[in-house]
Design a protein around this ligand. Structure first.
Ligand SMILES: [Zn+2]
Length: 262
């Protein structure tokens, strides 16, 4: 990776931290963010306010658990490190003390399939990892177990953690999981929510493979998650559109030219 590319990633980490707080899904500097690089990952430094953080203060770590530079990595570096070591699909990790995730984590219960969006984390529920002291290897191991087949989990009496292919997707997932936690919390205030059965969540998981995609983004053999309404106009090819625009511009130039001559 070029040094310019790394500097951009360092800046992206700071931006993600600021967005995390602006979105209201984190408390103070308790959250931490990291992104995978060629030989390891970049992670937020320990205890530094996000608004004062400079790109050079973001800490570089390798996949043997060592770090470079003057600044200590986040006290939760082990969780980030273990995700990158064990989940090859992880490109970025977001850990926060989001209020509703944290409140639910104190019940030591999984969030069940009360809403079909539960499938965003890849399974039929969002598990809660067993409690262990912050910053310990035990916490990291409990987290890995709760993340099996999932991309997000609660951490008992602590908060939540999730990962995605990049920082944008990881932040998006953290926001979705906090929204689910809030909705589930409210539903629980007035009764026992009716849950979707296993077969229904499997159907949703299948549909999620193409959820939110446009027709042109589909791989061959894939179908849209939901049958779209019938299209009334005939789709025009991009090349045809370009050709039309070019010929329009040409004729406009010609007519302008004629006017000038006369
Ligand atoms: Zn934490």
């Amino acid at each position: 990776m070029t040094s310019r590319g790394q500097r951009q990633l360092r800046q992206d980490i700071i931006t993600t931290c600021q967005q995390m707080n602006a979105l209201g899904i984190n408390q103070g500097t308790s959250g931490n963010v990291s992104v995978r690089t060629d030989g390891g990952f970049l992670i937020t430094p320990s205890g530094m306010p996000y608004d004062a953080m400079k790109p050079e203060q973001v800490v570089e770590m390798d996949l043997d658990g060592g770090y470079y530079g003057e600044f200590l990595p986040s006290s939760e570096w082990r969780m980030h490190f273990d995700i990158y070591r064990n989940r090859s699909e992880a490109g970025a990790v977001v850990h926060t003390h989001a209020t509703f995730c944290t409140a639910l984590s104190c019940l030591h219960e999984n969030i069940p399939a009360f809403h079909y969006m539960i499938a965003v984390s890849g399974g039929t529920d969002i598990r809660c990892a067993d409690y262990a002291t912050f910053g310990t290897q035990s916490l990291s191991e409990n987290m890995l177990e709760a993340l099996e087949g999932r991309t997000a989990c609660l951490l008992a009496n602590h908060g939540m953690i999730c990962f995605g292919p990049n920082l944008k997707k990881a932040l998006w997932l953290a926001t979705e999981v906090e929204t689910l936690a809030r909705q589930y919390w409210y539903a629980r205030q007035v009764g026992a929510p009716a849950l979707l059965d296993e077969a229904e969540v499997q159907t949703v998981l299948e549909r999620f493979k193409t959820y939110g995609k446009q027709t042109q983004d589909l791989a061959s053999g894939d179908a849209l998650a939901v049958t779209p309404p019938p299209r009334r106009d005939a789709p025009r090819k991009v090349a045809a559109r370009k050709k039309l625009a070019k010929s329009k511009a040409k004729s406009k130039a010609k007519s302008t030219g004629r006017r000038r001559v006369s």
